[in-house]
Design a protein around this ligand. Structure first.
Ligand SMILES: O=C(CO)COP(=O)(O)O
Length: 249
């Protein structure tokens, strides 16, 4: 059986308290495919307000990042255990904006992932290549290197990890990967999972696609056999997010 379709909305550093509330009321008022798991990631400052606004809804929340230490002198950071304490069940880790702009290494992402899982959080683990790497035919090698780094710290249980393949060149550019380009890397990730994860886990792993996903391109992507959901940036701030959640209907 195919794993449950998963759609995440990464709001990044966008919006106000009131625009966030409005967006949530659009989502809670909409008819969403009950077979799709929906997780939204508002800015950290907005998480608790969003939690209140989502009471009684099946939509879950994610932090956009977290630090692996439980507490201490780390000004400006939020820890995985603080997310857990606040009943935020998910966290996005390894987003390319974190890797590029905030210099998070593969090893940092691996450490954060291990810490998040120990705090019982579920993780949306982002991987993906730059344009330069794609042009050098390195896409799959880069993604495998990023996954191997996490595997070295999380050798056993990947059941709480969703892998988001987000080619950097497709993020926020309007240049969506073609369904064939995305499928090729997703299939390589499943091959990796089949070879490297403990038996039986590859079948349940969700590999989702992110990078300029929109209402107009989501159905074609969702029809590919190895694409089991999306991580949406820009379009998750608009009512069209509902159409993306409903891509399989
Ligand atoms: O980075 C993304 C989601 O995490 C994708 O962003 P866009 O959908 O705006 O391209």
């Amino acid at each position: 059986m195919a794993p449950r379709f998963f759609v995440g909305g990464n709001w990044k550093m966008n919006g106000t308290l009131s625009s966030g509330k409005e967006l949530i009321s659009t989502l809670t008022g909409a008819k969403l495919d009950p077979n799709t798991e929906v997780v939204i990631a508002p800015p950290a400052l907005h998480l608790l307000g969003a939690q209140q606004a989502l009471q009684g809804s099946k939509i879950a929340l994610a932090g956009q990042n977290a630090y692996h230490k439980a507490s201490g002198a780390f000004t400006g950071e939020i820890s995985v255990s603080q997310l857990q304490d606040a009943s935020i069940p998910w966290v996005i880790l390894g987003h390319s904006e974190r890797r590029t702009l905030f210099h998070e290494s593969d090893a940092d992402v691996a450490e954060k992932t291990a810490a998040a899982l120990s705090s019982n959080l579920s993780v949306i683990l982002c991987v993906g290549e730059t344009l330069e790497q794609r042009e050098a035919n390195e896409s799959i090698n880069v993604v495998v290197r990023q996954l191997d780094a996490v595997l070295s710290k999380v050798p056993q249980d990947w059941s709480k990890i969703v892998v988001a393949y987000e080619p950097v060149w497709a993020i926020g550019t309007g240049k969506v990967a073609t369904p064939e380009q995305a499928e090729e890397v997703h299939a390589a990730i499943y091959k990796w999972a089949g070879e490297k994860l403990p038996k039986g886990q590859a079948e349940d792993l969700r590999v989702i696609y992110g990078g300029s996903v929109a209402a107009k391109n989501c159905k074609e992507l969702a029809n590919k056999p190895s694409i089991h959901g999306f991580l949406v940036g820009g379009a998750s701030l608009k009512p069209e997010f509902v159409d993306i959640v409903n891509a399989k209907l």
